[in-house]
Design a binder for this molecule. Structure first.
Ligand SMILES: NC(=O)C1=CN([C@@H]2O[C@H](COP(=O)(O)OP(=O)(O)OC[C@H]3O[C@@H](n4cnc5c(N)ncnc54)[C@H](O)[C@@H]3O)[C@@H](O)[C@H]2O)C=CC1
Ligand SMILES: O=C(O)CCC(=O)C(=O)O
Length: 447
């Protein structure tokens, strides 16, 4: 089996050797899915996985815009349309200086499996730009978003490809993107998700990724007759996903002790309560400040510069910032401190070596493609509401989100439970995600 996997990865490397993040994501999937393919005649010999690692379409384009000083700026924009076998392409847009084809391809590849797991009919895609929103005025953000959409609009549509937010793209950016699309197409359609509530957005979408990550962890803990009550939780990030993961943890009785950003992390031994979290939300979403300002407001907390929070003692860890933010040393530190559950809110935050360490220790570990799927699932619910020209209540959407997270947990268990009862959620998510897409691809022939 090892040789078959190595041969496959060599082929992928030959074409994509300069794309480390993409190769990392493919390797994690190949190690679990190829053994399944080999055991199942319907998939064997059809090159299904080889087809799945090649984007159906990759659009790269120039984005020119004028900054507040009147200077012309040039950025690069992308949309990766990875797989549309089970539905229109769906996935977020990332605005961050590190964005390149490798990062977006890894995200788009993961998105295909994630969207398949949600039980909703959505294919996978991802896009973005190397534009850095940090320090930009609202007017600069608007001009950039309008310039970006002036090309992207050709490639998307409510039945073709429906982008949403990701790092650096929140409701402000979705608003500017939507406004430009509406103007260019002269139509009001659900072409983007994460919209504002008065113009087609869904209740609970802002909360959904963070809440879903916690709901997934609740499902995992339930297999051990356990829950969040009284647990200490370490969270990385302080953006959309981290904020609402923290909010849900607090509501269900856990103590959240950390949040972070790219400059370091804050540790609050007394716990970040609802009022303190409100301060963080204002700091990050309105003032757009740095997390270290937390310790000015709450001097009993400490700020640790340039570090991730994984050396702090906890029961549960929720990595909610970015890819590869948790390596093997971090995994060892978490385990040594008694961490028993990791639920990824971010995409691919743990390296493959870190994941192996968690598996070796037999703790509960959920990969982002399963545990953070609540965001895109609720985007799917936003699409449904847009199509119906209807609006569900907060309670209705939250109930559907909980049910979807439970369904995903069940699928992971179905395909990932081992003989000794241990659930390998990576294997379960990869195989369950693969089967649905592969069946659709086989049914549709070689296209
Ligand atoms: N927004 C959504 O609905 C979904 C987001 N995700 C993933 O969740 C993660 C966070 O995304 P959002 O919260 O939406 O973005 P955001 O832009 O609201 O926040 C990003 C957070 O990550 C931190 N961050 C970025 N680069 C970092 C670095 N190099 N080191 C440490 N921290 C860093 C930022 O300071 C910020 O706290 C990403 O991996 C994203 O792909 C996954 C599923 C859905
Ligand atoms: O809601 C969406 O369509 C995008 C969510 C996303 O980008 C993700 O799941 O990583």
């Amino acid at each position: 089996m090892k040789e078959i996997i190595a041969e496959f990865l060599d082929m992928v490397k030959e074409r994509n050797g300069h794309e480390p993040e993409f190769l990392q994501a493919v390797e994690e999937v190949a190690e679990t899915v190829i053994p399944y393919i080999v055991q199942h005649d319907i998939y064997y010999g059809k090159n299904v996985l080889l087809r799945m690692v090649e984007p159906e379409r990759l659009v790269s384009f120039r984005v020119c815009w004028v900054d507040d000083d009147g200077e012309i700026q040039v950025n690069r924009g992308y949309r990766i349309q990875m797989n549309s076998a089970i539905g229109p392409y769906k996935g977020g847009l990332r605005f961050h200086p590190t964005v390149n084809a490798s990062i977006l391809k890894f995200l788009a590849f993961e998105q295909v499996f994630k969207n398949s797991l949600t039980t909703l009919p959505m294919g996978g895609g991802k896009g973005g730009s190397d534009f850095d929103p940090k320090g930009k005025s609202d007017n600069e953000i608007m001009r950039f978003c309008h310039a970006f959409m002036s090309e992207l609009f050709r490639h998307i549509g409510p039945n073709t490809d429906i982008p949403a937010g990701d790092i650096g793209v929140g409701q402000r950016e979705i608003g500017f993107l939507f406004g430009k699309y509406r103007k260019l197409r002269n139509e009001f359609t659900g072409v983007l998700t994460g919209k504002g509530l008065t113009w087609g957005g869904s209740l609970i979408r802002p909360e959904a990724t963070g809440y879903g990550t916690v709901y997934f962890a609740e499902n995992m803990l339930r297999t051990k007759n356990d829950n969040f009550e009284g647990k200490t939780v370490v969270i990385s990030g302080s953006g959309n996903v981290a904020q609402y993961a923290a909010e849900k943890c607090i509501v269900i009785g856990a103590k959240v002790v950390t949040l972070s950003d790219s400059s370091g992390y804050i540790y609050d031994k007394d716990g970040i309560d609802a009022d303190k979290l409100k301060f963080v939300m204002h700091l990050k979403n309105v003032k757009r400040g740095r997390i270290k300002e937390y310790v000015k407001e709450y001097p009993e907390a400490k700020f640790v510069k340039g570090k991730t929070p994984w050396s702090e003692k906890c029961d549960i860890a929720l990595p909610c910032a970015t890819q590869n933010e948790l390596d093997i040393e971090d995994a060892k530190a978490l385990l040594a401190n008694g961490c028993m559950c990791v639920s990824e809110g971010a995409n691919m935050p743990s390296t493959n070596e870190a994941i192996k360490e968690f598996h070796k220790a037999r703790i509960l570990f959920a990969p982002g493609k399963a545990s953070n799927a609540g965001g895109v699932a609720t985007s799917g619910l936003e699409m449904t509401q847009n199509s119906l020209r209807y609006k569900w209540t907060r309670e209705e959407v939250d109930k559907k989100l909980r049910e979807i997270m439970q369904d995903i947990h069940n699928s992971c268990t179905e395909y990932g439970q081992e003989d000794d009862g241990y659930i390998d959620y990576v294997k379960g998510a990869n195989i369950a995600g693969f089967v649905k897409v592969a069946d659709a691809m086989l049914a549709q022939g070689v296209v």
